[in-house]
Design a protein. Structure first.
Length: 136
């Protein structure tokens, strides 16, 4: 009789503790990765607030001063979150270098996968208070 993962013969109940331990270990690793990506996103936002990279300025316009910074910062946070969590790009590196479309430069192409596309769409929601520079 062939064995299933965990060493139990097929047709018998697999070792529940083995599967629980594997799942718990994977969940722990995933939580650690998410924490690292969140930290990178926060760091990227702090850098963008001090000196916005070209892809953010092209997409969102220059960072405003005073009370209007909140909307820009929120939009920048969504962009940087998508870039770090879904594309794996570091702060300051365009997604598609030299692309005239600000969304492509900041986020890359919209992915065909439904879940990834939803994350892209969320990152691309600029908000009504953000005033991107319009090309002349």
């Amino acid at each position: 009789m062939p064995a299933v993962p965990g060493g139990e013969p097929a047709g018998q109940r697999p070792d529940i503790e083995f599967w629980h331990g594997t799942r718990a270990s994977a969940q722990t690793r995933l939580a650690r990765l998410d924490a690292v990506l969140d930290r990178q996103t926060s760091h990227a936002l702090l850098r963008a607030q001090a000196e916005p990279p070209g892809y953010l300025v092209a997409l969102l316009g220059p960072r405003p001063t005073g009370q209007h910074t909140t909307a820009w910062d929120d939009a920048a946070r969504r962009v940087e979150h998508y870039r770090h969590h879904h594309v794996g790009l570091p702060h300051g590196t365009p997604a598609i270098s030299g692309d005239a479309d600000p969304a492509h430069a900041a986020l890359g192409n919209r992915p065909p996968d439904q879940r990834a596309a939803a994350a892209y769409d969320q990152a691309y929601q600029l908000g009504s208070d953000v005033d991107p520079q319009l090309p002349l």
